[in-house]
Design a protein around this ligand. Structure first.
Ligand code: ADP
Ligand code: MG
Length: 236
């Protein structure tokens, strides 16, 4: 318990210092649990990408972050690592209910996130489920009421918020909106507003997007509180 508390304190101290020094390159140099570090190493991740380097000090300190970087820059780990760490530091167990919600525009992307979560989160005792539609409505209802981390598409999530008895988001700690620009391009603006209205206001929110459009800024204003902006600009 003391080691866990220390991780939290080191994370807060790191965020206070501002951007990481460029000499800090490895995940092992960050205040991250042994369980996550083992999952990263087993997946052959050692050095942070630029967006991870910029975002991790803040996301680990439970700050809200708006992150922008093009496709392929490594945004997934920039939100999966804090999801695992925040729940680990809260000593979240399978009895504690929903701790993190990750919203992705498409089923395919949600599946990719879920697979990455299973890899890097393999040494944690957290449960995770996919809620992306398809034929398994009843099976999904089971998942919703049992899992600590859910990876969802917006339409399906909202449907369950309306219909599934026992699905309660009141314990939510971390909300992730991945590919926010695509979510909005696909016409999910109203669904997103309705989803956010159903969530507890006291939470950490991470919003990642490849582009910063006006509608992304509107969604950011609605969902984030005093966010840290982190962006990686294309070198040309
Ligand atoms: P984005 O969401 O920004 O499009 P992803 O998170 O999908 O990017 O990552 C793109 C690719 O980079 C994936 O194949 C992923 O495994 C790899 N990757 C991510 N972070 C690292 C890292 N720190 N070291 C090596 N490869 C990485
Ligand atoms: Mg991505």
């Amino acid at each position: 318990a003391k080691a866990i508390e220390e991780l939290g304190q080191r994370a807060l101290a790191l965020a206070k210092e501002g951007p990481l020094s460029s000499s800090v390159k490895l995940f092992t140099e960050l205040p991250i649990s042994e369980k996550t570090l083992k999952g990263l190493a087993r997946s052959h991740y050692a050095e942070m990408t630029e967006i991870q380097h910029k975002a991790l000090p803040y996301v680990l300190a439970k700050r809200d972050v708006l992150g922008a970087a093009k496709t392929g820059s490594g945004k997934t780990l920039a939100f999966l690592i804090p999801v695992l760490e925040v729940l680990y530091r809260s000593q979240w167990t399978s009895f504690d209910g929903l701790g993190a919600l990750i919203i992705s525009p498409t089923r395919e992307l949600a599946i990719q996130i879920f697979e990455e979560l299973r890899k890097v989160g393999r040494y944690h005792q957290l449960s995770a489920g996919l809620v992306i539609g398809g034929k398994r409505v009843e099976e999904e209802k089971e998942i919703l009421t049992k899992m600590n981390i859910l990876v969802c598409t917006p339409g399906r999530l909202l449907q369950h918020m309306d219909e599934t008895v026992g699905f309660d988001c009141c314990t939510l700690q971390v909300l992730v909106l991945d590919e926010a620009d695509r979510i909005l391009d696909m016409g999910f603006k109203k669904s997103m507003n309705a989803i956010i209205a159903n969530l507890p206001r006291q939470r950490q929110t991470l919003l990642f997007s490849a582009t910063q459009t006006k509608s992304v800024k509107d969604l950011a204003r609605l969902s984030l509180e005093r966010p840290e902006y982190v962006g990686v600009h294309e070198a040309d």
